[in-house]
Design a protein around this ligand. Structure first.
Ligand code: BES
Ligand code: MN
Ligand code: MN
Length: 462
């Protein structure tokens, strides 16, 4: 494409400043205290799409946060790319672990990013990656190089389960009709190792509550004589994995597809350095299911993790008490073919069945979603591959990710189209963690690569 590099060079500072303005708005979807800010972010996204050359931009109301929709239809006979992203972000806590405030973006140099990285909540996930598409659109429209039709659908509830988007998609099939869905909300292997995400894990998220006595008790007067809900809960949780770190819920693995030797050998070719991996996390050893490598454990295998656990006294000093209740939030990452509703049921049944006498257990499902895999011989994948080849000088490596974007499986089910996951983030970007950041290199590389996807997708669709 003509001038993409020079266009980026000329507008680089503005591209960064616009993203910084967007990152200043704390669009935390999980916390209702930020409602006005989330809505303000939707407005800002709308304005940015209008400026980028979209023709019909609307704020589509839902029962939750709105979806920003915009489109540019240049010719009904040309293919249509639907871009999805999210403008909401994760809560930034714990705040004291941030080196600079999460909603006061700063560009700082790091060892990995000598040209700088933007530090802010949402810098990578997903405001930065979503905004690459807005700027790529700006480039294509302002230089008369948009080769096909485009639709944008940017939501504000991804980090809380996308339940209203699911309804929106089901009710707006015609409006959202497309030939391919394009998302940048994943990562790549390394700055000089481009990759395309070919799989996402599914998710089942539940909360459990264990109740013992009807009130908190003196741990001396009652200790040893009644069930302590925290002791019981931790024991129940511990029993969910066996000595090989297999999950013990009956039926959990029934639908898990075992990859062939060849597929696993192919996966093992992706560059990975275990020593660097451990060093980056300050751990002496990795840990996981027997019989699988680290990259297999975090992508093609299902997992079960406690995300939070609480109960009893956690204040300063000591208090001798047996709490009446104990709680935990548990997530299960699932692989394709495992159905999240079915797995949630299996979990509930099993967890209730292992409760000892003397306590009652309540399992409350939160949200979930199906996993996703996509073939590498589709036109969309080939177009993405050629685009990376042009901008990185290397063929990207297909890679299944451990993360989840549950709406992707629903897109396929409802809109019957494949999703291409062109992520430009790095695992070290600390998404969901303190000091989230996004490399300036990655941001600009994304803006450079995306228009080429449009070009090749249009050409290959002929
Ligand atoms: N963008 C992430 C998912 C992701 C990140 C996938 C990196 C692959 C690589 C997304 O915003 C996210 O955080 N998803 C949640 C699930 C959602 C239902 C809250 C997740 O994976 O925990
Ligand atoms: Mn995301
Ligand atoms: Mn996220």
């Amino acid at each position: 494409m003509d001038n993409i590099q020079s266009y980026i060079k000329d507008h680089k500072d503005r591209f960064l400043n616009e993203l910084i303005e967007l990152l200043k708005i704390p669009s935390i979807s999980a916390d209702s205290a930020y409602k006005t800010d989330v809505l303000k972010t939707a407005d800002a996204v709308k304005t940015s799409l209008e400026k980028a050359g979209c023709d019909r931009v609307e704020i589509c109301k839902t029962d939750g946060y709105p979806i920003v929709y915009g489109e540019k239809i240049i010719d009904k006979n040309l293919p249509t790319v639907l871009v999805y992203g999210h403008y909401d972000v994760q809560p930034p806590d714990p705040l004291n672990l941030w080196n600079s405030p999460p909603f006061e973006p700063v560009i700082k140099k790091t060892d990995l990013h000598p040209e700088g990285a933007i530090f802010a909540r949402g810098a990578c996930d997903d405001k930065g990656q979503m905004y690459m598409h807005v700027k790529a659109m700006e480039f294509m429209t302002s230089t008369n190089q948009l080769p096909c039709n485009v639709k944008f659908m940017i939501e504000g509830e991804e980090e809380v389960g996308s339940s209203n988007l699911a309804i929106f998609v089901k009710n707006n099939q015609e409006k959202l009709k497309n030939d391919v869905i394009l998302i940048s909300d994943t990562g790549m292997i390394a700055k000089d190792v481009p990759s395309i995400t070919t799989g996402l894990r599914g998710l089942s998220y539940v909360e459990v509550e264990v109740t013992g006595p009807n009130r908190d008790l003196h741990s001396g007067l009652y200790g040893g004589a009644v069930a302590n809900p925290i002791n019981v809960l931790t024991k129940m949780i511990a029993s969910l994995h066996d000595e090989n770190n297999h999950i013990t819920i009956p039926g959990f693995y029934d639908k898990v597809e075992e990859l062939s030797k060849d597929e696993r050998a192919e996966m093992a070719k992706a560059p990975f350095n275990l020593e660097n991996y451990k060093k980056a996390l300050d751990i002496e050893a990795v840990y996981g299911e027997t019989g699988y490598t680290t990259n297999e454990r975090n992508s093609i295998r299902p997992t079960l993790d406690v995300n939070g656990i609480w109960g009893g006294y956690t204040g300063e000093g000591a208090k001798t008490v047996i709490a009446s209740k104990a709680y935990a939030k548990i997530s299960m990452r699932l692989v394709p073919h495992q159905d999240w509703v079915e797995i949630t049921e299996l979990f509930k049944k099993h967890f209730e069945s292992i409760a000892p006498k003397g306590v009652t257990v309540k399992v409350t499902p939160h949200h979930g979603g199906q996993g996703y895999v996509t073939p590498i011989d589709s036109i969309g994948y080939q177009a993405a591959s050629k685009a990376y080849q042009d901008t990185f000088g290397k063929t990207p490596i297909p890679q299944r990710s451990g993360g989840s974007i549950p709406i992707v499986a629903l897109f396929e089910q409802e809109l019957k189209s494949k999703t291409i996951l062109m992520g430009f983030g790095l695992d070290s970007d600390a998404i969901h963690s303190p000091n989230e950041h996004f490399g300036v290199f990655n941001y600009l590389k994304g803006i450079e690569t995306i228009p080429l996807f449009y070009k090749y997708f249009t050409e290959l669709s002929k």
